[in-house]
Design a protein around this ligand. Sequence first.
Ligand SMILES: Cc1ncc(COP(=O)(O)O)c(C=O)c1O
Length: 418
Amino acid sequence: MATNLDPARIRAAFPALDLGVAYFDGPGGSQVPSPVAEAVAGALTAGLSNRGTVTDAERRADEVVAGARAAVGDLLGADPRGVVFGRSMTQLTFDFARTLSRSWGPGDEVVVTRLDHDANIRPWVLAAERTGATVRWLDFDPETAELDDLETVLTTRTRLVAVTAASNLLGTRPDVRAIADSAHEVDALVYVDGVHLAPHAPVDVAALGADFLGCSPYKFFGPHLGVLAASPSLLERLTPDKLLPSTDAVPERFELGTLPYELLAGLTAAVDFIAGLASGLDKLDHRGPDDGTPAHPAPDRRTRVLESMAAVEEYEAGLFDRLLDGLGAIDGVTLHGRPARRTPTVLFSVAGHTGREVYEQLARVGVNAPASHFYAIEASRRAGLGDEGAVRAGIAPYTTAEDVDRLLRAVSQKLTPA
Ligand SMILES: Cc1ncc(COP(=O)(O)O)c(C=O)c1O
């Protein structure tokens, strides 16, 4: 079955690509295809009120929310009844840290990793400080960017393990399932940062062993908001801060204030777009045999998401090899980390130039690849890059081989010493 990515077809959906820029800054936020923008505008102009059941406008808002929960369910293999929306993954994690740490006290322990984005570190560190719990740091090897063994920090007193499914700085994909299995043996909860994994690979919350998984739709073609998936029964056991008149139902009781309906409509459109990324799946919908038997039923959205994300992974891996080989062959370029399992994201430095200089030079030739610690500040320091970090380039489904070659040319011609 041909379920490859057709970059030309995909690129045609992104008006931003008409500007001729090569966007390697997807790990910071992807570009947005037209159907997502249209869905946002459509929701805003369709006649929209607060959620309710009396007027059409109320029902529309209700349907938008239900539709977005179902879409996230299909994207992450999650139960839609356990999908919580918020302003950002950072905000949701602070909210859940406040709620979960209610029952922590001296003697309790929480594990955070130095590989994580600060959004999955600081909320837990601050919550531990407030409650008297102890923070245990899981480190990583600065050469390989592989996480150390969880057993070195896990104890029977561990209440929660916070770990990333993929490092937004170094691309490492830790073995989350093994970490979760160990954590569950001591009855610890597992809070997984799925922000950098979700745009690059099929995700299944249960298969990962995550009790909570956060992600950010603006990293996978959607609008700027945050999503958290958990099992509804786990959410039922938690008591978040909330307003008196707001509903106590799950998942709504975790959602503070009015939801951004238009962004949720955009999120559903983003998941639909992802489900259509792999060419060939659409043909399955229609093509029946000529012998009069009925056509195959259309694969459901979850199936199409999984097929599409498998195709994304394969397509991006091909371009990433080209990028890594090319950068590795340029004199003066240092690649940071070499994790065995990784997303198509590379962090690199060029001898004799600050990251900022490389970033600015690339920008001058229409190649967007910023330099920073990208908020993975602990990881940047541990990797020996301090608070300056380095240049990050990430592949997206709209990246082409020409984009990669353009980046490589710009680095080798303009930046290496003559
Ligand atoms: C791995 C990772 N985790 C968390 C975040 C924070 O996400 P948000 O902007 O939704 O708070 C980011 C954002 O860059 C990220 O890359």
